[in-house]
Design a protein around this ligand. Sequence first.
Ligand code: ASP
Length: 418
Amino acid sequence: MKNKISNLSTKILLALLFGAVFGIILNYLVPAGQFRDKILINGILNLIGSGFIRLMQMLVIPLVLCSLVCGAMAIGDTKTLGKVGGKTVVFYLATTAFAIFLALMLALIIQPGKGLDISSVETSQVVIPEKTSLVDTLLNIIPKNIFSSMASGDMLPVIFFAVFVGILLANMGERAATVSKFFNEFNDIMMEMTMTVMKAAPLGVFCMIAKTFATIGFSAFLPLIKYIVCVAAALILHCFGVYQALLYIFTKLNPMKFVKKYIPVMQFAFSTSSSNATIPLSIETLTDKMGISPKISSFTVPLGATINMDGTAIMQGVAVVFIAAAYGIELTIPMLLTVMLTATLASIGTAGVPGVGMITLSMVVSSIGLPAEGISLIMGVDRIVDMMRTAVNVTGDAVCTTIIAHQEGMLCKEVFEK
Ligand code: ASP
């Protein structure tokens, strides 16, 4: 089993590298035209890459529903569930607020937008989303119709419903034995399906990365290199510094082991830019390689993929400093505090799919009166930043899961140490 997984992670890593090289070759060495653009990039690469993401997306809702019902059913008592839920939310929000703080500090030191010649950057149209009020956001957790929530992939209502059903099933015992068995067996099928779909991961990753690099050349990057480097530095510091320190402080587990085992999931999140699509692989890795009971991970991972976006918050922090500098606007302390608050809320409202962080960024930018058009400055390179921040987003969920599982006695140390 272990060999199978590490074998797969080597294959995914190679696919990432070869995909990037192939994409760059396509971009610079193959002449533009019908063959390259229509047949190769938007035809074959798009078909296989997007087809693979769809296979993973197909798994998400049924997997989250079943594994959460089973998880809640197995924990059984509402007190433990409430404790786990409360701790998870606090952890998620606190790490996000810290992530923005770190990003703002670093960006204020590096000053990525200083001396930027706005005319050298390609800009694109910005769509400003409508704001949902806090009351609506809370109300939206309760599904009006669970089938429509499932159909539209709304994670929070599905989580709410699944936990509710799981608690009831635990209390009803024999009276609902058939349904309990059904959910357990369906859950096994979904895990089996995840393993099967993952066999195609190297090919899917290769095609997706190749398509990305074939589409965005280096020229889009040059004026924005400082911005990208600043985001990357904050992401690396948060992911390999803050998270690993927290992991060690709370669990005394070896952070190096954690990172080594979790890297394939980060690579996967990097290639798909989607926390949601990464849920199945993340739960599987935490169970098989870290020895964490799915009772915990089935709850914390989907919840994290929905509300915990530290990588996205970091991008937003740096983006605010960048845009302010590009427009020559001085950021005051109250403005920075507002950014911390709105970006933490924006992280809850950012769905775990590609590119949404850019949309919620407009909420953060306009909260302090910066021109929302400023976002168009960084849109051209967002695809690459999205890949990096999504890898951090999912790692945050996994670190929280490991800490909570350890505290609740639901982590098997032998498996983790293996
Ligand atoms: N792509 C990110 C994720 O799925 C969300 C975002 O920042 O756009 O976690």
